[in-house]
Design a protein around this ligand. Sequence first.
Ligand SMILES: Cc1ncc(COP(=O)(O)O)c(C=O)c1O
Length: 400
Amino acid sequence: MSHIRAVINLDAVRHNTARLIELAQGAGVMAVVKANAYGHGILPVARAAIEAGATWLGVAQLDEAVELAAKLEPHRGNTRILAWLYHPEADFAGAVAAGVDLAVSSLTGLDGIGQAIERTQPSRTNAANPTSATTPARVHLKLDTGLGRAGAPGSQWPDLVKAALRLQSEGLIVIEGVWSHFAYADDPGNPTIAGQITAFEAGIELARSLGARFKVRHLANSAALATALPVTYDLVRPGLALYGLSPIPQVASASELGLVGAMALESYLSLVKPVPGGQGLSYGHSYITPRDTITGIVPVGYADGLFRSASNHGPVRVGGRNLAVAGRICMDQFVLDLGLGALDQAGDRVVLFGPGLDGEPTVQDWADAAGTIAYEITTRLPGQIERYYVGRGTSGGRLL
Ligand SMILES: Cc1ncc(COP(=O)(O)O)c(C=O)c1O
């Protein structure tokens, strides 16, 4: 077996999708599968989410979205894909041909898209073939309502809407959606939340007064759904909750939100040996054995995505008990103090995290141990680590 494997439960993804559909209260669900589905593997997760009723997929990087569109055939059906980050001279025509909707935050972005679509017009490139008509780009205009990240600032919003209406009248784009993103949805009651909702609605109203019509308005992420903010509109964009992780761990755990963790991370003991009391373990000897004991080596380290900051804290389950990493997490291994008289043997299974249903630590426990957020624990797992899929539609770790 490989030294580490992430076991991805696609039934959990389906369950979480169904739960999010419930929380969406009639709005469509865009499963956010960016960053290789938060490390879970984009294609299997996308397929499971679609099977469970997600009607949209959200991806940050345009190239990841185009690749997903290609891989998803023939399972895509009517599922729409939105991408929101790209180079200003990206292959927009290719993205449109792949059926990917594009987020637009600026006139520069809009112009780039308009020009790319214009270049595909039959009159310019293919007058001999009357059947090849231009396909307009479907765009979602993004308003920065206060996150201070992407999105047009309020000062540029009217011009962006007007320019989009112009390109729409020329047949180069179709204005599909309007959207924004919260800064503090994970902090219920934070005053910026109400301010962002007000700014979003004012932005929509202004756009409407200029003549824009939107098929989908979307604002809610996982935290907005978990805290039941009244912002489901036509579409919601949950990511973290899809993977069974709580976006508000200080308020409600994943299980309290009705979610099931989709990823488990497993390894094994590669070496078990006796060590005397008073022995420092691993680099820097930040852990000293308090007595004679038995140690175990787990062949997983920060090269495998573990956080070195979880040294001396990262929890694992071995032999039916939970232990913490003893000493520093190294590049490829860490040590456990198994205790005097431990019966563990080389080859025994070690679970770093899982859904927590059998007492094993969770992704959130690792996030707490590392001083980070659950998002970072799963997305930092290198792509080359084995993903072993279980649940309906899989066999031997793979999708059928
Ligand atoms: C624009 C946008 N929408 C939605 C999401 C999903 O957020 P979450 O994973 O918190 O649900 C993200 C992820 O950060 C995002 O960047």
